[in-house]
Design a protein around this ligand. Structure first.
Ligand SMILES: [Zn+2]
Length: 449
């Protein structure tokens, strides 16, 4: 959700409301404090999500494709891991006796949510099959990410997709009735049953479809595991056609906050609109932008359900994408449409869309023609790109940080990405920012004298 993505989504939101669009203000753009986040990692000018999510949630930059560990660890190398696990924000909240949760539209074991609870030298080790097939010694590593989620974390709310890494290889997926043997667990564990057993003496519930989700009472539920897809959840534009039905990101966020806010000591919640990134990787801007709007709906619900005097909300992106808003389209020109201005005229005479990508899978061989752009408002349209790459890439420029609530003024300039974790810790008085009541008393008496 880089700057160009936010701008395009803002225009789309306004145009869907019948306006020209450019003047629209998204919910998180109303937040009083804004800064910029430098997203490079220890070894990459432009980072992947594992390293950026680790910076955001553990307060340290690390190496690419690794989660929850410091930069002493080499990618894919377990022997370098022992002793280099980071303590991260859900650890800090749990150490302070408070609750935490994760909500995402990706698999709950994907890079960003994983950084909230897991420690792994390879973000792709979401299940044991991926780990076993890696062809490297696993000595020194913890188990796969799904296993860590069930056995090594204490998240009260886990909502997203990713059943394939939780089901054993003799259990069929409940929605599709199939067995994805490449992903289902080789260790014979059904991690969903293990989770149910672990929390059987608490008011806990596992759900996998919308009708079950709707029946969850936050007042009567203290732990919730919801896995709504075999892999990632649907894009917002495809959600209504889902076989078993899925909640929206806003609905999941609402349920999560209503469960977590029962903890009078406070809570941490990560909410990720995780598929904005995936649609961009496919050069499919329309799905990316509708997922931004779904994320904005979730932010709106979070604002309504919390008190600005007591809850810090930070909205940011882990990294940007090579996505541009080009040409000189007129005010109100369809943001998904063809650039309508008289200028510039491409030298090949073929019109172009306002939105495009520097690289990606939608590269067209040969001379451009009108068929490249004619279907630009259709759901499966892929914008033109300059360089052929199987998956469009992330971009290295800074991304915005929007903040509201206690200590939100600490977001005020150009920040290193890992600074954000420390702002959250300081506002909540957790982690290294914990201080006991005696210390507060001492400080007060100091200032009195
Ligand atoms: Zn990505």
């Amino acid at each position: 959700m880089g700057v160009s993505t936010v701008t395009a989504a803002r225009i789309l939101r306004g145009q869907l409301q019948g306006h020209t669009g450019e003047e629209t203000v998204l919910e998180f753009e109303k937040f009083p404090h804004v800064g910029m986040s430098k997203t490079y990692s220890v070894d990459k000018q432009t980072s992947d999500s594992a390293a950026t999510a680790t910076a955001l949630m553990c307060g340290e930059k690390t190496k690419g494709y690794t989660v929850g560990i410091n930069d002493n660890v080499e990618f894919n190398n377990c022997s370098t891991q022992p002793g280099n696990e980071l303590s991260c924000i859900t650890d800090w909240f749990q150490d302070a006796g408070r609750s935490s949760g994760v909500v995402t539209t990706t698999r709950v074991t994907h890079a960003t949510p994983a950084a909230a609870y897991a420690k792994s030298p390879n973000r792709n080790w979401e299940g044991d099959s991926a780990m076993n097939n890696a062809g490297v010694s696993l000595e020194g590593c913890k188990k796969d990410i799904a296993h860590q989620l069930v056995f090594n974390s204490n998240l009260k709310v886990i909502l997203g997709g990713g059943r394939i890494y939780f089901l054993d290889n003799s259990t069929l997926d409940p929605e599709y009735g199939n067995l994805t043997t490449a992903y289902h667990r080789q260790d014979g564990l059904n991690l969903i049953n293990k989770w149910k057993k672990k929390y059987k003496n608490e008011r806990s519930r596992y759900i996998w479809k919308k009708s079950q989700f709707n029946s969850v009472h936050p007042a009567k539920t203290d732990r919730l595991l919801g896995l709504f897809e075999a892999s990632h959840m649907q894009y917002e534009l495809d959600r209504s056609a889902d076989l078993a039905g899925e909640p929206s990101l806003a609905e999941m966020t609402t349920k999560a906050i209503n469960i977590l806010k029962k903890d009078k000591k406070g809570f941490f919640l990560l909410v990720e609109g995780g598929r904005i990134d995936h649609a961009h990787h496919a050069n499919n801007a329309i799905r990316a932008l509708y997922d931004v709007l779904a994320f904005e709906d979730a932010v709106k619900r979070a604002v309504q359900l919390t008190n600005e005097k007591e809850t810090l909300i930070i909205v940011t992106a882990d990294h940007s994408h090579v996505f541009t808003i080009a040409g000189y389209p007129s005010r109100g020109n369809n943001i998904l449409g063809i650039m309508d201005g008289p200028y510039p005229v491409p030298t090949d005479g073929v019109p172009f869309t306002t939105l495009s990508y520097a690289n990606g899978p939608a590269y067209r061989d040969g001379p451009r023609d009108i068929s490249n752009v004619i279907n630009s408002t259709f759901i499966n349209y892929q914008q033109e790109t300059t360089i052929p790459i199987d998956s469009e890439t992330h971009a290295g420029e800074d991304v915005s940080i929007y903040a509201r609530g206690p200590m939100s003024h600490l977001i005020h300039g150009i920040h290193e990405q890992n600074y954000i974790a420390h702002v959250m810790a300081y506002a909540a008085r957790v982690g290294v920012c914990t201080f006991d009541k005696n210390e507060v008393k001492n400080r007060k008496s100091d200032s009195n004298t």
